[in-house]
Design a protein around this ligand. Sequence first.
Ligand code: SF4
Length: 180
Amino acid sequence: MQPRVLRLFRRHVGFNPNPISARSRAIVPRTTGADVTVSVCPYCAVGCSQLVYTKQGRVIDVEGNPASPINAGTLCPKGAATRGLLQSPLRIAELLYRRPFGTAWEHKPLAWAMDRIADLVKETRDNTWQERDEQGRRVNRTLGIGHLGGATLDNEENYLIKKLFTAGLGIVAVENQARI
Ligand code: SF4
Protein backbone atom coordinates (compact mmCIF):
# COMPACT_ATOMS: atom_id res chain seq x y z
CA MET A 1 0.00 0.00 0.00
CA GLN A 2 1.36 3.44 -0.95
CA PRO A 3 2.43 5.69 2.01
CA ARG A 4 -0.14 8.42 1.27
CA VAL A 5 -2.93 5.89 0.88
CA LEU A 6 -1.74 4.22 4.09
CA ARG A 7 -1.84 7.53 6.03
CA LEU A 8 -5.36 8.23 4.76
CA PHE A 9 -6.40 4.69 5.61
CA ARG A 10 -5.08 5.02 9.17
CA ARG A 11 -6.67 8.47 9.67
CA HIS A 12 -10.11 7.51 8.42
CA VAL A 13 -10.38 3.83 9.24
CA GLY A 14 -8.28 3.97 12.42
CA PHE A 15 -6.39 0.69 12.32
CA ASN A 16 -3.10 -0.61 10.95
CA PRO A 17 -3.68 -2.91 7.93
CA ASN A 18 -0.27 -4.57 8.45
CA PRO A 19 -0.18 -5.44 12.16
CA ILE A 20 2.76 -7.47 13.47
CA SER A 21 2.59 -8.15 17.20
CA ALA A 22 5.62 -8.11 19.49
CA ARG A 23 5.15 -11.88 19.92
CA SER A 24 5.20 -12.42 16.16
CA ARG A 25 8.36 -10.32 15.86
CA ALA A 26 10.05 -12.45 18.54
CA ILE A 27 9.29 -15.77 16.82
CA VAL A 28 12.24 -17.41 15.01
CA PRO A 29 12.42 -20.59 12.91
CA ARG A 30 13.10 -23.76 14.92
CA THR A 31 16.23 -24.26 12.83
CA THR A 32 17.81 -21.04 14.14
CA GLY A 33 21.18 -21.83 15.72
CA ALA A 34 21.17 -25.45 14.51
CA ASP A 35 24.13 -27.15 12.84
CA VAL A 36 23.49 -27.82 9.14
CA THR A 37 24.85 -30.81 7.23
CA VAL A 38 24.42 -31.30 3.48
CA SER A 39 23.20 -34.81 2.71
CA VAL A 40 21.45 -36.83 0.01
CA CYS A 41 17.94 -38.24 0.27
CA PRO A 42 18.24 -42.01 0.85
CA TYR A 43 15.03 -42.98 -0.86
CA CYS A 44 15.46 -43.02 -4.64
CA ALA A 45 17.82 -42.62 -7.56
CA VAL A 46 16.85 -38.98 -8.21
CA GLY A 47 19.39 -38.11 -5.50
CA CYS A 48 17.82 -34.93 -4.12
CA SER A 49 20.09 -32.90 -1.85
CA GLN A 50 18.97 -32.33 1.73
CA LEU A 51 19.92 -30.03 4.57
CA VAL A 52 19.92 -31.90 7.87
CA TYR A 53 19.53 -29.62 10.91
CA THR A 54 20.81 -30.88 14.26
CA LYS A 55 20.88 -29.49 17.77
CA GLN A 56 23.01 -31.20 20.43
CA GLY A 57 23.54 -34.13 18.08
CA ARG A 58 19.82 -34.73 17.51
CA VAL A 59 18.14 -34.23 14.13
CA ILE A 60 15.44 -31.56 14.41
CA ASP A 61 14.60 -30.99 10.76
CA VAL A 62 15.38 -32.19 7.22
CA GLU A 63 14.69 -29.86 4.30
CA GLY A 64 15.47 -29.60 0.59
CA ASN A 65 18.74 -27.92 -0.33
CA PRO A 66 18.12 -24.74 -2.37
CA ALA A 67 21.69 -24.91 -3.76
CA SER A 68 21.07 -28.27 -5.46
CA PRO A 69 20.59 -28.21 -9.25
CA ILE A 70 18.63 -31.47 -8.90
CA ASN A 71 15.84 -30.44 -6.56
CA ALA A 72 16.38 -26.70 -6.01
CA GLY A 73 15.20 -26.76 -2.40
CA THR A 74 12.25 -29.11 -2.91
CA LEU A 75 11.61 -32.65 -1.64
CA CYS A 76 8.80 -35.03 -2.56
CA PRO A 77 6.56 -36.20 0.33
CA LYS A 78 8.73 -39.26 0.91
CA GLY A 79 11.98 -37.28 1.05
CA ALA A 80 10.34 -34.64 3.22
CA ALA A 81 9.53 -37.36 5.77
CA THR A 82 13.17 -38.55 6.02
CA ARG A 83 13.40 -37.53 9.67
CA GLY A 84 10.92 -40.29 10.48
CA LEU A 85 13.41 -42.84 9.19
CA LEU A 86 15.48 -42.03 12.27
CA GLN A 87 13.02 -40.91 14.88
CA SER A 88 9.46 -42.08 14.19
CA PRO A 89 8.01 -43.83 17.27
CA LEU A 90 5.99 -45.96 14.81
CA ARG A 91 9.09 -47.69 13.47
CA ILE A 92 9.29 -51.38 14.38
CA ALA A 93 12.63 -51.90 16.13
CA GLU A 94 12.44 -55.63 16.81
CA LEU A 95 12.46 -58.67 14.59
CA LEU A 96 9.07 -60.14 13.68
CA TYR A 97 8.62 -63.50 11.96
CA ARG A 98 5.55 -65.06 10.39
CA ARG A 99 6.03 -68.74 9.67
CA PRO A 100 4.65 -70.34 6.47
CA PHE A 101 0.84 -70.51 6.73
CA GLY A 102 1.08 -68.69 10.05
CA THR A 103 -1.50 -66.08 11.02
CA ALA A 104 0.43 -64.19 13.70
CA TRP A 105 3.77 -62.45 14.04
CA GLU A 106 6.31 -63.99 16.40
CA HIS A 107 9.16 -62.12 18.13
CA LYS A 108 12.54 -63.67 17.33
CA PRO A 109 16.14 -62.77 18.16
CA LEU A 110 18.31 -61.37 15.37
CA ALA A 111 20.79 -64.26 15.64
CA TRP A 112 17.97 -66.73 14.99
CA ALA A 113 16.99 -64.90 11.80
CA MET A 114 20.57 -64.67 10.54
CA ASP A 115 21.05 -68.43 11.04
CA ARG A 116 17.76 -69.20 9.29
CA ILE A 117 18.61 -67.00 6.29
CA ALA A 118 22.07 -68.57 6.00
CA ASP A 119 20.61 -72.10 6.17
CA LEU A 120 17.97 -71.35 3.51
CA VAL A 121 20.47 -69.69 1.18
CA LYS A 122 22.83 -72.66 1.49
CA GLU A 123 20.05 -75.21 0.96
CA THR A 124 18.54 -73.36 -2.04
CA ARG A 125 21.91 -72.72 -3.67
CA ASP A 126 22.91 -76.38 -3.30
CA ASN A 127 19.60 -77.56 -4.77
CA THR A 128 19.58 -75.16 -7.75
CA TRP A 129 23.28 -74.85 -8.61
CA GLN A 130 24.11 -74.98 -12.34
CA GLU A 131 27.68 -75.54 -13.40
CA ARG A 132 26.81 -75.55 -17.12
CA ASP A 133 23.80 -74.43 -19.12
CA GLU A 134 21.83 -76.60 -21.53
CA GLN A 135 24.36 -75.88 -24.31
CA GLY A 136 27.29 -76.99 -22.18
CA ARG A 137 28.65 -73.51 -21.46
CA ARG A 138 30.12 -72.99 -18.01
CA VAL A 139 27.85 -70.63 -16.03
CA ASN A 140 28.43 -71.44 -12.34
CA ARG A 141 25.18 -69.86 -11.16
CA THR A 142 21.94 -70.28 -9.28
CA LEU A 143 18.64 -69.04 -10.61
CA GLY A 144 16.90 -70.15 -7.43
CA ILE A 145 17.70 -67.04 -5.36
CA GLY A 146 17.04 -63.38 -6.08
CA HIS A 147 17.88 -60.24 -4.14
CA LEU A 148 16.02 -56.94 -4.06
CA GLY A 149 17.78 -54.14 -2.20
CA GLY A 150 16.12 -51.11 -0.67
CA ALA A 151 16.88 -47.53 -1.62
CA THR A 152 18.16 -46.78 1.88
CA LEU A 153 21.19 -48.97 1.20
CA ASP A 154 24.26 -46.81 0.65
CA ASN A 155 26.97 -47.16 -2.03
CA GLU A 156 29.27 -49.22 0.16
CA GLU A 157 26.52 -51.68 1.13
CA ASN A 158 25.45 -52.07 -2.51
CA TYR A 159 29.06 -52.72 -3.53
CA LEU A 160 29.38 -55.50 -0.96
CA ILE A 161 25.98 -56.98 -1.87
CA LYS A 162 26.86 -57.08 -5.57
CA LYS A 163 30.28 -58.58 -4.89
CA LEU A 164 29.05 -61.26 -2.47
CA PHE A 165 25.87 -62.26 -4.25
CA THR A 166 27.13 -62.38 -7.85
CA ALA A 167 30.83 -63.28 -7.73
CA GLY A 168 30.58 -65.04 -4.35
CA LEU A 169 27.32 -66.96 -4.47
CA GLY A 170 26.55 -67.05 -8.21
CA ILE A 171 23.21 -65.26 -7.90
CA VAL A 172 22.14 -63.64 -11.17
CA ALA A 173 18.99 -61.74 -10.16
CA VAL A 174 20.33 -58.84 -8.06
CA GLU A 175 18.25 -55.66 -8.19
CA ASN A 176 17.54 -52.52 -6.23
CA GLN A 177 14.25 -50.77 -5.55
CA ALA A 178 15.81 -47.43 -6.56
CA ARG A 179 16.20 -48.65 -10.16
CA ILE A 180 12.74 -50.14 -10.60
S1 SF4 B 1 12.50 -39.89 -2.75
FE1 SF4 B 1 11.78 -37.86 -3.39
S2 SF4 B 1 13.07 -36.41 -2.31
FE2 SF4 B 1 14.09 -38.42 -2.21
S3 SF4 B 1 15.53 -38.47 -3.94
FE3 SF4 B 1 13.60 -39.38 -4.63
S4 SF4 B 1 12.40 -37.68 -5.55
FE4 SF4 B 1 14.05 -36.78 -4.29
